[in-house]
Design a protein around this ligand. Sequence first.
Ligand code: 5RP
Length: 218
Amino acid sequence: MNQDEMKKAAAEAALEYVEAGMIVGIGTGSTANYFIDALASVKGKIDGTVASSIASEERLKGHGIPVMDFNTAGQLSLYVDGADESTRHLHLIKGGGGALTREKIVAAGSDKFVCIADESKLVQVLGAFPLPIEVIPMAQSLVAREIVKLGGTPELREGFTTDNGNIILDVRNMEILNPVEMETVINQIAGVVTVGIFAHRPADVLILGGADGVQVLS
Ligand code: 5RP
């Protein structure tokens, strides 16, 4: 099995969490795309979806799956999304696709967060993957200086604007030993919209596709 097949296997396994009448929160990225494609096969059973990005919204609509406004959908039962890294505590780094803020909003408003990934995403300590931070454009230099004080090496994601009109700083050399504390500290920097650490609201279930099949951690 290659990495894409592992992502697809994890995404298809997440269908088990979809129940009749649910409004399902949908993440962003290649693994979330596999989930959207799988969800199309049961679209008659759900009431609708809330998308965490314009890209996911377009893919959902392409399958004829209804997409609702998060403000009118209310609390969601289920959110399904990928990740760039996960620990065994289900603390995540997300935002490789730049949709971290909307992803965090939808995850915060969902009863259950099912994370889907291939097994290479499971790590002991978060931080080998460059940590994405969504930043208000005028605060780029300020936030970069504050990140350097924390020991990180920030780099502007060139040519990229988020769905919210902001920039992304990708931060290398961060060994995130205490994800809850680091999420709080970075989110306190003026001009930061969201850091891509999901520790205050971790995943509830992690489905990992691997060479030997699918493994579920919770
Ligand atoms: C997008 C994300 C994605 O979930 C993350 O980047 C993983 O992507 P992929 O499923 O393509 O490996 O956080 O902002």
